[in-house]
Design a protein. Structure first.
Length: 382
């Protein structure tokens, strides 16, 4: 199958679901699942990165973390959302605890059950998407304002001087089944993008998950059950950036069992990192955007994980959870990371950088099971 021809057909089909003209993408990435997904990866960290850094998050009764359900990174802050407690915790980039952000309750600035907590992409606010309102805080923990929404948003972020919301199902007549809706800070709708018309969907496509993320400061969106990731421009124009081709997309399957339901979708300048279930099998893989080829990352029996081998400092293998400014991040419990670093295989592992090796061994020596979670930052080659 010709990838360029297939992408043109697919884009022509999907463009009708958008309310704005779709620009032609010069740098369109095609993710083709018809290729062999069993080709094993030969990637190592030294091939894609120049540095790796470990940061222990402070742990005390005030900032004890039970689970990490969501986290955000900026140049100055680390934000952790622990749904079990529930708590929203702010740390600096050295791991020092700064403050709790709000608390559960029904008063001004208090939250009930947030489903999206993040540092805004313009790095001005901490945003909590809580039922039908967005709560906005400064980094000093003070309430900036609340914005009421007509329905529950799945994802939110700042856009120009206001909000963008991603709505999976719209029951509000004001939104008319549009999934991307723009608001001012008073909750007034200022624009809409991409209407989802379920009645006209002949088959549910490969990717089930709705996405709202940033790629080099560019806002990107994907509607669940559609196969195109779009960039949203400053004037609300949209441009296709990633098209997914799935030879099995027209096969009958239920909404609870999509062909490809992924846990990880991380996009950088050169790679797509993907993890999810495809055709009843779990896949951990990456795609080289220059070649369009997909590579399967094998399971390491000794270290009990699927991840990219770490030959930078010879430490724990790495699998990204989020990205920011051409760095990849993962976060692990201290106990889990310590068990990996204490594995005899790590002592015998090869490494490319003696200085990074020395830093990792010094970090390992001072790591205990009772420490707070560890943020691992991988700086990508430019």
């Amino acid at each position: 199958m010709n990838l360029k021809f297939s992408a043109i057909i697919l884009l022509g089909t999907l463009a009708v679901s958008c309310s704005q003209p779709v620009k032609t993408a010069k740098d369109l990435t095609v993710l083709d699942l018809s290729q062999d997904l069993t080709v094993e990866s030969k990637m190592t960290l030294s091939q894609i990165a120049t540095d790796i850094r470990y940061v222990k998050l402070e742990s005390n009764p005030e900032c004890f973390i039970k689970t990490i359900d969501q986290f955000s990174i900026t140049n100055n802050y680390i934000l952790i959302f622990d749904m079990k407690q529930p708590k929203v915790l702010l740390f600096n980039r050295q791991g020092k605890f700064l403050r709790n952000i709000s608390q559960q309750g029904g008063g001004p600035g208090e939250f009930y059950h947030p489903n999206d907590v993040r540092i805004s992409r313009d790095e001005k606010y901490i945003l909590m998407n809580d039922i039908k309102k967005v709560i906005r805080f400064g980094f000093d923990g003070k309430l900036v304002g609340e914005t009421k929404l007509p329905h529950i948003a799945w994802k939110i972020d700042t856009y120009n001087d206001g909000l963008i919301g991603f709505f999976n199902s719209n029951y509000s007549p004001a939104m008319d089944n549009f999934t991307i809706v723009f608001f001012d800070w008073n909750g007034k709708i200022t624009g809409k993008l991409m209407r989802r018309n379920w009645a006209k969907i002949e088959h549910r496509s490969t990717v089930r998950r709705d996405m709202l993320y940033c790629m080099n400061d560019e806002l990107r969106i994907n509607q669940g059950y559609f196969d195109t990731v779009y960039a949203v421009g400053p004037n609300r124009s949209i441009e296709p950036k990633v098209v997914l081709i799935d030879p099995h997309a027209k096969e009958d399957f239920s909404g609870d069992n999509p062909n490809f339901c992924f846990e990880t979708w991380i996009e950088t300048r050169d790679f797509l990192f993907l993890k999810g279930c495809y055709k009843n099998r779990m896949h951990t893989m990456y795609m080289d955007k220059k070649t369009g080829l997909l590579y399967h990352i094998p399971f390491n029996k000794e270290l009990r994980r699927e991840a990219v081998p770490n030959d930078l400092d010879g430490g724990a293998p790495f699998w990204p959870l989020i990205d920011q400014d051409e760095s990849l991040y993962q976060i692990q419990e201290a106990r889990t990371l310590k068990s990996v670093l204490d594995n005899p295989l790590v002592d015998k592992s090869t490494f490319m950088n003696q200085a990074l090796r020395d830093k990792m061994l010094a970090f390992k020596k001072n790591l205990s099971d009772d420490d707070g979670p560890v943020l691992i930052e991988l700086k990508l080659k430019m």
